[in-house]
Design a protein around this ligand. Structure first.
Ligand SMILES: NC(=O)c1ccc[n+]([C@@H]2O[C@H](COP(=O)([O-])OP(=O)(O)OC[C@H]3O[C@@H](n4cnc5c(N)ncnc54)[C@H](O)[C@@H]3O)[C@@H](O)[C@H]2O)c1
Length: 397
């Protein structure tokens, strides 16, 4: 991208309405020449999102894909053709070939959770930059092994905990931690109410042994945010949950689904902050919220997609500071074409930071240790819900 000070927009550089402008006359609509090439390992729903976002972000392109499921590969080809018309996409016939193509700078691993450990063992031999989807692993020992690999790794090793970059959480992190708008945070409350887990290739997300369990698979995002806002390590986790509504009749290859669809989780931190997480996966919408209570105020950030018509708020950030300081209610958004890329824009900013990390710039991506601790809380919560007893973290690791 040129170094001018004008506000530039992906909208101009990606819109076909400027196709009539000769390349040499393009300035605001100039299309960046990608500096990096990525391979996508696993091209299911998240792999396709990474293809779209790599090309939308523009500083990298996708060189190829590897996926053993022919339908996933076919869909990846269509997604790539839509985003980069006329360009070639390599389809590798083995993971090793995809990982070791000398033309490629980075690998984006978006295979099912239980495969991460084996894929990382092979991918990390390549020395290429790695973006590994969350949850980094399904068990604490596997997460510990990946942490060790990542700590010794010379190239970038980033974990896909991109909820940190949702517009309302970027603002909440700034207000809660940097600006300290509500004073010292004492209490954290997080809620996720959403539709059931979607269909997946081989339905891996319906089984705890493949996904790590609901509280690891999906909820590691929220435990990452909880740990971040607590600025401390968890010492004790108590959870209660059940399989109340979803997939009660579901079987795949003669095995019954065994994942929680609702839970309450309480986490106590070393610094005495208390946090709770409330999960319901049989709600007719996607709603998530974080409430932080400090000694000088209360902050609430939420996002809602309920599929109802009309102009309705989709995000909100409210900061209530009583008589002491001004309060504020706002609606943080990214441009619609960024939000449309996936996860309301969070994945786009994850890619910006992945490339900034490759360039050696300072970023605020979740460290591999933070990825590890998100799994620790999730795994502790799964164990506690099974046993009906609180779990001390020191007994787990
Ligand atoms: N960051 C996020 O918000 C987010 C959102 C969704 C999914 N995810 C994560 O992304 C990963 C993929 O999830 P998904 O929803 O795309 O699942 P999916 O089932 O839609 O896609 C997974 C793909 O990986 C392929 N695959 C299986 N084993 C493979 C292997 N050994 N090598 C290469 N490809 C393989 C499958 O054929 C499938 O096409 C999971 O770890 C999931 O937790 C993250």
């Amino acid at each position: 991208m040129k170094k001018g000070k004008e506000i530039r927009s992906r909208f101009f550089s990606t819109s076909s309405i400027f196709n009539y402008i000769p390349d040499e006359d393009r300035y605001l609509s100039q299309v960046e020449k990608p500096e990096y090439k990525f391979n996508i390992i696993g091209t299911g729903i998240m792999g396709q999102e990474h293809i779209r976002i790599t090309i939308l972000e523009g500083r990298a392109t996708v060189r190829g894909v590897y996926d053993p499921n022919p339908q996933s590969v076919e869909t990846a080809k269509q997604t790539f053709a839509m985003m980069a018309p006329g360009q070639d996409l390599i389809v590798y016939d083995s993971l090793e070939k995809a990982c070791n193509d000398p033309e490629v700078d980075g690998l984006i691993i978006c295979t099912p959770n239980y495969t991460h450990i084996d894929v990382v063992r092979i991918a990390s031999q390549s020395g290429k930059h790695i973006l590994l989807e969350k949850p980094m692993a399904t068990t604490i020992p596997d997460a510990a092994e990946i942490t060790r690999i990542a700590n010794d790794y010379k190239a970038v090793f980033q974990i896909g905990l991109q909820y940190r970059y949702k517009a309302m959480y970027i603002e909440a992190i700034y207000e809660g931690l940097k600006r300290k708008s509500i004073g010292d945070i004492k209490l954290i409350s997080i809620m996720e109410h959403r539709l059931p887990f979607l269909d997946k290739v081989s339905q891996w997300n319906k089984f705890s042994r493949f996904s790590g369990g609901t509280l690891v698979e999906k909820c590691c995002h929220y435990f990452d945010l909880m740990n971040l806002f607590a600025q401390s390590k968890p010492v004790e986790v108590y959870a209660s949950g059940s399989m109340a509504v979803n997939f009660l009749e579901f079987e795949h290859e003669k095995r019954k689904s065994d994942i929680l669809d609702n839970a309450f989780v309480t986490v106590i931190y070393e610094n005495n902050i208390r946090a709770s997480f409330n999960l319901c996966m049989f709600a007719p919408m996607f709603y998530e919220e974080i409430v932080l209570c400090g000694n000088e105020g209360r902050l609430k950030a939420w996002e809602c997609e309920d599929y109802l018509p009309g102009p309705r708020l989709k995000t909100s950030l409210e900061i209530m500071r009583g008589e002491g300081n001004p309060s504020r209610v706002s609606t943080p958004y990214y441009p619609t074409y960024i939000e449309a890329g996936g996860h309301n824009g969070a994945t786009y900013y994850e890619h910006i930071k992945f490339i900034d990390n490759i360039k050696g710039l300072q970023t605020d991506t979740a460290t591999v240790e933070e990825g590890f601790w998100s799994i620790v809380v999730g795994a502790a919560a799964e164990k506690s819900a099974k046993q009906g007893l609180p779990v001390k973290i020191r007994d787990l690791i």
